[in-house]
Ligand binder design. Structure first.
Ligand SMILES: C[S@@+](CC[C@H](N)C(=O)[O-])C[C@H]1O[C@@H](n2cnc3c(N)ncnc32)[C@H](O)[C@@H]1O
Length: 581
């Protein structure tokens, strides 16, 4: 389900199983960075053949790195903010000129093709995800590997260890001396991320890993060691946002619906144990993921948190059918509660749904060539379904974060808008700006387009009905759902009819309560774009349950349509009448 099998987690934790060198599993597609971090080789491979193949891969890597270093002599040189061009073999004209990434990683530069506009660029330019004048900067950052970021453990029991680790890191993190990488380029100094107690380094993970600079090597060793002891966690900065804006407290019941490989779960566990002794919090974290193998990585990762795992439960369920805990979910109860959903029992829910993952381009550059708009369309219904289950499981007064590492409004704003509509006023969008004040972001989109691409040409479907015309191939037709389109706002009932006047250029301008006059709240969604704070692409929105979700009285036409897509409004597919913990 997860097209690029993404999560915004940082990479290569050089555990005893993995020496941190890329072990040959491709980026994305099943084995992501965290899988490797957790030593995630297929279990059938013997350790002997594993180490032999790793040696071969390493030798290949070294050869390629040497070849790349040679090539780089006539490539571009990136020096911090300013790029100095010598000669270039990759660019064809000034318009497409880009700066090669500041990395020694040959795999990254090889995947970049900059002589023609990719479908990704054509599609997102049309969606206006960033302002036109920002576009070049947006692309420049997307073509640069992600800098290493990490956060320090916030658990009370680790405070002393964290202090010692930070003292030991003084030379790398707080040193004012200029540091240069292997090519002599100045590395920007580390930046402190106060809102998540984290740091952003001026260097990407591959450059750090392969560096010959003794200071960078020491830094890498320090990162590996402190990560393995759970004193710090390497995690992409954007991925830290959902747990940060949830403001988890020790007594909270937290449900992480799509949790593996567990970067947000560890954050939630740390927040739960921020005050007392490890494992003494009265709340709990339930981490769920459909993929048991990925859950195994989650458990391994959480084990670094020691006794704090006393507050952790792991399940491998389909999030869209996740059972309510303590509250029996059955038809009788639904009837007893007057056609209402039984109230949820979770104070906080993390709904980090499977997504097309194009926000991880800086980690997974193969997305440039493989990207298709259909990836987002295929996942839209599942994302909506998971979000809806999350909303049903949330306590009244509780908060849920819906997030993806995708730029696509079909996976983001469209899902949120439909969720709000289906919950009939029970779920509201919350402005979370004050919870992460230092975080630079763009507001959610209020309008977007549903488009596909056929042989590089954009085909736009202004309305759902257009996507169902006989000329549209049947396979494609099935991918569309009405909820993908921006919703038309209903004008208030008591409002006077809209008046119109002729504008200066003869264009008719609508006045009075019009289709766009009522705020949808989508502007409070957070769009994280790479060029604002040198991070990955991410989308997050904080939602609050303000009332019980009204249940439908009778089956509607929509229910029948939803049933076709595997979704049922009235009751989950499976009945969990006796589930309790
Ligand atoms: C974006 S990743 C989650 C990353 C995770 N939240 C983290 O921060 O490390 C999406 C996850 O959803 C899982 N998934 C996909 N479909 C699911 C479903 N129907 N129910 C539960 N989990 C699902 C995938 O296995 C994948 O691990």
């Amino acid at each position: 389900t997860n097209v690029f099998d993404c999560d915004a987690t940082e990479v290569d934790m050089e555990t005893s199983h993995d020496d941190g060198i890329d072990d040959g599993y491709g980026y994305g597609y099943g084995y992501d960075d965290d899988d490797r971090a957790a030593g995630s080789h297929p279990p059938s491979r013997s350790s002997r053949s594993r180490s032999r193949s790793k040696t071969l891969v390493r030798a290949g890597k070294r050869r390629r790195a040497a070849a790349c270093a040679h090539q780089d002599a006539d490539a571009r040189v990136h020096d911090g903010e300013h790029a100095t061009t010598t000669t270039t073999t990759t660019t064809t004209n000034e318009k497409n000129a880009i700066v090669l990434p500041r990395t020694s990683a040959p795999w990254f530069s090889r995947t970049l093709r900059v002589d023609e506009e990719t479908p990704f660029e054509v599609y997102y330019k049309r969606q206006h995800i960033v302002r036109e004048e920002e576009w070049a900067e947006f692309l420049r950052y997307l073509r640069t590997p992600l800098p290493v970021t990490f956060r320090m453990n916030r658990m009370a029991s680790r405070r002393e260890e964290v202090k010692q680790a930070l003292d030991a890191s003084r030379t790398f993190l707080q040193n004012a001396r200029e540091t240069r990488d292997d090519r002599g380029r100045v590395i920007p100094p580390p930046t402190r991320l106060a809102w998540c107690d984290g740091w952003q380094l001026g260097v990407d993970k591959m450059s750090l890993k392969f560096s010959r600079n003794p200071m960078l090597r020491d830094l890498q060793r320090w990162l590996v060691k402190t990560n393995n002891t759970g004193v710090l966690t390497r995690q992409a900065v954007d991925s830290m946002v959902p747990a940060a804006i949830l403001q988890i407290e020790p007594h909270h019941r937290v449900l992480d619906l799509c949790a593996s490989p567990g970067s947000k779960t560890t954050q939630a566990l740390e927040a739960l144990n921020a005050n007392g002794a490890e494992g003494s919090a009265s709340g709990c974290v339930i981490a769920n993921d459909i993929n048991p193998m990925r859950c195994y990585f989650l458990v391994r990762r959480c084990s670094a948190l020691g006794n704090a795992t006393a507050n952790l439960m792991v399940t491998t369920h389909q999030a869209q059918w996740y059972p309510n805990v303590n509250v029996p979910v059955s038809d009788e109860v639904n009837a007893e509660s007057g056609g209402r959903y039984p109230e949820g029992s979770y104070d906080r829910i993390i709904c980090d749904v499977p997504c097309s993952g194009d926000g991880t381009l800086r980690k997974n550059p193969q997305i440039w060539s493989e990207w298709k708009p259909e990836f987002a369309m295929t996942l839209h219904k599942l994302q909506l379904h998971i979000a809806q289950r999350g909303a049903a499981l949330l306590k009244v007064g509780g908060y849920m974060v819906y997030s993806t590492c995708s730029f696509n409004p079909v996976e983001n704003e469209a899902v949120v808008a439909e969720l709000i509509k289906r919950c009939g006023g029970a779920i509201e969008i919350v402005d979370a700006s004050d919870r992460v004040p230092e975080l630079l972001r763009r507001p959610g989109l209020s309008t977007w387009r549903v488009v596909t691409m056929v042989e590089g040409d954009v085909v736009e479907y202004p309305k759902y009905e257009d996507s169902q015309k006989p000329s549209v191939p049947i396979g494609l037709k099935r991918k569309f759902a009405k909820s993908m389109w921006p919703q038309e706002q209903e004008a208030p009932k008591d409002a006077p009819p809209p008046q119109s006047r002729v504008g200066v250029l003869g264009k008719r301008i609508m006045r009075g309560p019009s289709a766009t006059s009522k705020s949808t709240g989508l502007e409070h969604c957070m769009r994280l774009v790479p060029h604002l704070q040198d991070m990955g692409g991410f989308f997050a929105v904080l939602l609050k349950k303000v009332a019980p979700i009204p249940g439908p009285k009778t089956a509607t036409k929509n229910d029948k349509a939803d049933a076709h897509s595997g979704y049922s409004r009235t009751a989950p597919k499976h009945s969990y009448s006796k589930v309790s913990i």
